[in-house]
Design a protein around this ligand. Structure first.
Ligand code: COA
Length: 147
């Protein structure tokens, strides 16, 4: 039984742990962003969390409304900014349940399209997106140089 719900103030530490596992290396940024979100939740963003049978958090998804997303023809678009399920809870439909709740959130705000992205080498994420109905629309090569 997977329960998905919006994040709450009491989830701050668990959300931090999951967020840091997905995007490691910026703990201060995570804490600042989590504090800001929980103290004044932005209307155009949400964080959904999944609870396991013991009530602990097993995954989260962050979404926002974006004015534009590559390959989409409508605006705003519901954008899946990040989704993560703790390793011991994968392949049990947790991410699918988080995404379904995220889609309902976007639909309720007038969206008719969802968009997302992934790193080129993250094939597990690619399989997940395709299994849940996303179609690839573009590939990008990003550059940087030292100044
Ligand atoms: C990608 C991720 C969120 C999927 O979470 P999950 O809860 O295991 O996904 P689900 O159980 O809901 O999977 C739904 C379907 O997606 C597909 N799928 C999910 N993960 C897959 C994988 N690693 N390999 C192949 N197919 C996969 C399957 O079709 C699966 O259905 P099935 O298990 O009945 O075959 C999870 O693996 C994860 O957190 N990965 C690390 C973080 C990450 O890559 N996030 C995405 C960044 S863009």
């Amino acid at each position: 039984m997977i329960r998905v719900r919006p994040v709450e103030v009491a989830d701050a530490e668990a959300w931090f742990g999951l967020r840091d596992a997905l995007w490691p290396g910026t703990p201060d940024d995570h804490r600042t962003e989590i504090r800001a979100f929980l103290s004044d939740p932005p209307a155009r963003e949400t964080c959904l969390v999944a609870e396991g049978p013991d009530g602990g958090l097993t995954g989260f998804a962050e979404l926002r409304l974006r004015e534009y997303a590559d390959g989409c023809t409508s605006s705003p678009v519901g954008y899946l900014e990040g989704i993560y399920v703790a390793p011991g809870h994968r392949r049990r439909g947790v991410a699918a349940a988080l995404l379904a709740a995220g889609e309902a959130w976007a639909r309720a705000r007038g969206c008719t399209e969802m968009a997302s992205d992934r790193a080129l080498d993250n094939e597990g994420s690619g399989r997940f997106h395709e299994a849940r109905g996303f179609a690839e629309v573009e590939r990008a090569v990003l550059y940087r140089k030292e100044l």
